[in-house]
Design a protein around this ligand. Structure first.
Ligand SMILES: Nc1ncnc2c1ncn2[C@@H]1O[C@H](COP(=O)(O)OP(=O)(O)OP(=O)(O)O)[C@@H](O)[C@H]1O
Length: 255
């Protein structure tokens, strides 16, 4: 579980995050949404410990980041898995080498044990015969699966995904969303996903934090987002004609 309290982050005196407080629970897919420039990436990077906030706290399973010593911070980093935008696989490494990479970095286990773990996670993301292929030889959806396998290979407590669906067709995107949600529930991970994708919001948005100009303008679930009258949210969600129709249908159904 991650608790965020009054988080402030600025660059060269320009505030980007302006006092965000929220909670991301274990076993749930938590989504950060908002317009371009609203601060989603800065927020996600702050959760990853890549930015130091000027004010506020981030509390990981009860321990405040700013109060952790170096060993605790190192341990926390090992508990974090990350799926980057565009997968960010190493082109010169095979699928299994990509997945083994974080294991080799953090674990002193014998190679056979690491291989078993790699086989297990590749199997879990339903990639059974791609071990020796290179990223350029597999589809975008398969690359995402490899990225997910690599992110979970160290049994993380926290999983962060930056635009996990970018570049995927809608059908593949839903499959990847569902995979992330299943893994989150199965291994009781605290998952935080930065997304633009309204299909993801509908499909897996168990908790959604909507950012506007560095503030948390709204939070709730995918069931609540289509019912809210919050103007900032409705302007964002219904900028798409499709979702305007969905809302109209809902209002007609309600009346
Ligand atoms: N390292 C940085 N140094 C200075 N300013 C930054 C830095 N990172 C982000 N910003 C600024 O912070 C603001 C929020 O950026 P951020 O990337 O978090 O937006 P975003 O909501 O993720 O947008 P997008 O959806 O386009 O990725 C922007 O004005 C950006 O220019």
């Amino acid at each position: 579980m991650i608790v965020v309290e009054n988080l402030h982050k600025s660059f060269d005196g320009t505030p980007v995050l302006k006092g965000i407080s929220t909670t991301f629970e274990k076993g749930k897919t938590n989504l950060i949404i908002g317009q371009s420039g609203s601060g989603k990436t800065v927020f996600l990077k702050s959760l990853l410990g890549l930015f130091t906030p000027e004010e506020g706290n981030i509390i990981y399973n009860g321990i405040t980041y700013s109060e952790m010593d170096d060993d605790q911070k190192r341990e926390l980093r090992q508990q974090m898995g990350m799926v980057f935008q565009g997968s960010a696989l190493f082109d010169s490494m095979s699928v299994q080498e990509n997945v083994m990479f974080p294991l080799k970095m953090f674990s002193k286990a014998p190679l056979s044990e690491m291989q078993d773990r790699v086989d297990f996670v590749l199997n879990r993301v339903k990639l059974t015969d791609a071990h020796h292929k290179f990223p350029s030889e597999i589809s975008g959806g398969m690359q995402k699966r490899v990225a997910i396998a690599r992110a979970i290979v160290n049994k993380p407590q926290y999983l962060f995904c930056d635009e996990p669906n970018s570049g995927l067709d809608p059908k593949t995107a839903i499959i990847i969303d569902n995979l992330v949600q299943e893994i989150t529930q199965e291994y009781d991970i605290t998952t935080v996903i930065n997304t633009h994708d309204m299909n993801s919001v509908m499909e897996i948005g168990e908790k959604i934090v909507f950012l506007k100009d560095g503030h948390k303008a709204w939070e709730g679930s995918n069931k609540e987002i289509f019912r809210t009258d919050n103007e900032a949210v409705t302007n964002f969600v219904y900028s798409s004609e499709l979702f305007k129709k969905v809302r109209q249908m809902y209002i007609e159904e309600r009346n």
